[in-house]
Design a protein around this ligand. Sequence first.
Ligand code: BGC
Ligand code: NOJ
Length: 821
Amino acid sequence: MMQSSDDDTDQTYGYFDDQNYEYVITTPYTPTPWINYLGSNEFYGIISNTAGGYCFDRDPKFRRLTRYRYNSVPLDSGGRYFYIRDENDFWSATGRPATTQLDQYSCRHGMGYSRFNASKNGIATQVTSFIPLDTKAEIHSLVVTNHTQSTKSIDVFSFIEWCLWNAEDDGANFQRNLSTAEVEIEGSTLYHKTEYRERRNHYGFYSVNRQLDGYDTNRESFLGPYRGFDRPEVVEKGQANNSFARGWSPIASHHLKLELAPGESQSLEFVLGYIEVSVDHKWHSKNVINKQPAKDMLTRFDSHEKVMDELGKLNRYWRTLLCKFSVETPDDKFNRAINIWNQYQNMVTFNLSRSASFYESGIGRGIGFRDSNQDTIGFVHMVPEKVRARILDLSSTQKFDGSAYHQYQPLTKKGNANIGGNFNDDPMWLVLSTTNYIKETGDFSILQEMVIYDGQEQATHDHFDHLLRAFMHVINNLGPHGLPLIGRADWNDCLNLNCFSDDPNESFQTTQVGASDVAESVMIAGQFVLYGQEFVDLCQQVGKIELANRSMKHIEKMRKTIEQHAWDGEWYLRAYDSRGKKIGSHKNSEGKIFIESQGFCAMAGIGLNDGKVEQALRSVDKHLATDFGIMLNQPAYSQYDKYLGEISSYPPGYKENAGIFCHNNPWIIIAETMLGHGEKAFEYYRKITPTYLQNRQTLLKTEPYVYCQMIAGKDAANPGEGKNSWLTGTAAWSYYAATQYILGIRPVYQGLSIAPCVLPSWKLIRVQREFRGAQYSIEIHNPHGLSSGKITLSIDGQPVEGNVISSSSFNGQHTVIATMV
Ligand code: BGC
Ligand code: NOJ
């Protein structure tokens, strides 16, 4: 295995291994737990570099199998643990929770799997954890090898803690939960059936493919009184108690004794599975669960060969997915980001929205309307069918007036009433996701799909009608200046201009709905012009010319309104508050300039011809750019102001209050490419992209292989420190900016357009792109060292007019040469 050459970087905690598509973590004690995601469909696991985390089926609140303690002491408590006991010493095969110093440790996070290597006193272990394709189970394959000269007797103890009930209740309702646990034990399988006697038709199990030398299912019995996961009593004494849980805290722990000759390896295949049964087939006999589906599943994983075969399938699945778009530029870090890690993160954010990470507890938030629509733009080229289904699911939570539930729950796919709607940027994101989907696939039939409104069968119209209502919702909700009403908040959830909260017990997100509905958003205005134009283009594509013309008038009007009421002299205003006061103006003492309206007005091309975009971007550079990325606003708010809301609740430099909110940096990157500023666009890109941040991993703290939501801004205690890794719109937007605007390989209705805006030093770029059933090998030549400009194009040696690869070649393999001239 070769390690990629990364000599310019700090490798205190880890490094990339590109050959294997892995990030290699070299210590259990990373600054924060560095996690990976397992699973690609419905059943998911979150796994840290010491195997902390949990798994769940679809909904991490209602179908979480195992327990995880967020924000725990010590950090990262609860996971799939393996204690290895050799004579009187014991350690953890995944580096923690036992504190024994290992002779060797590494965790390799790969595409949908994690592998842990450890060794101590000549005994080496390897745990490979993954969720096989189309399977509702985590597999943990453990190989133990004796590298010593003598025969060794080794004890292995597995450990997981169950939580297959309402995960929110789990942290609150102890008077009930400590009395409900029930288990069954049969052979080497420990079944968890809490609440199964009543309304659950699902259970969990943890099994191993070898006869047990003991087991435990009761946590206190395994750990011993007042002990932590670091030194369970059972492990210390070297013998399981065969405890049987009734109430209290149910766990599953297998005890296996291995005899290993010198040089010998033995493998154990652990399966942590989830089973759903029909009501009619719940029981085998009175109070005995129907175990047949679990047994059937177990036959798929009862040998090391079978398990490795499944891992091979998963690896091939990922290689195929990542081949759909790959690039070779002179910059390895760019290639690594585009070819591997950014796409990987795109899949994860698409699957999970903002529900379950180490910072999103999996109980509060479901699938976000705005978030999930945006996530599709980084994922649609990978699995377009899933994007199609997701768009239609989102569409079905739209309300009849075009607004939307802000979130829906993954199990029911019904809008979440607690959060409700009124986030007025929500509707237009549906236009982005849908038009981007059609441009990728050419599949206009999505527009004819019949979709309910607000989850109600009687209100069914085609999906196109949903887009029209989204568009009209903006028009029907304009404020005093003719700009869109912001509602509870626009993209910036913390700019709460219509509630005025003095009560610390209120949530800014949900409180005082309708206390005022006057404040207006320039960000939504820009968004409306941008995606409104997309809507008009779409109308033209489907022959709705009259509607296109009518809609265009609204857009023109909005454009004028912005020019008239939203230009502050050197940049775009951010909003008007409930009292008609400007937000994001040089006249304000704090919060003079905001990034969102610059990004959206610029991307919409408002003021492109009269220098306003140029000027706005210069202002961004001057006031908001830092070495670590572009801040959201400046100067930071130093005091709480109820007319601003949550934004002013954060100390300066954090989150929406002048943090570097990475999600909106790509908006500026795209805007820079629209002006042909390849170097500037690239400079902003590399500041936030993890593959460039290896030498900053200590400061960053979060995983240096994925984007995090926020990097602390210049006013913070530690500028450059990251927070909230993994589930962020930054992933999709960075990928979209890098592929469609920097590389400029952009799907359009007619085909694939090529309009790069790159570093002048990039003389040759090679791209492999699967598109509408064809495979394109694209070479972009830049002989004159340009950033952007005109392109001459040839396909399979034939010159082509313009810069679009069109439908005449939508199958087979093609060679495309684009030359920047
Ligand atoms: C965070 C936002 C987030 C919102 C919604 C706020 O506390 O600062 O980033 O979008 O909560 O949950
Ligand atoms: C995170 C939320 O998930 C997203 O919806 C929002 O746009 C940003 N925070 C900014 O507030």
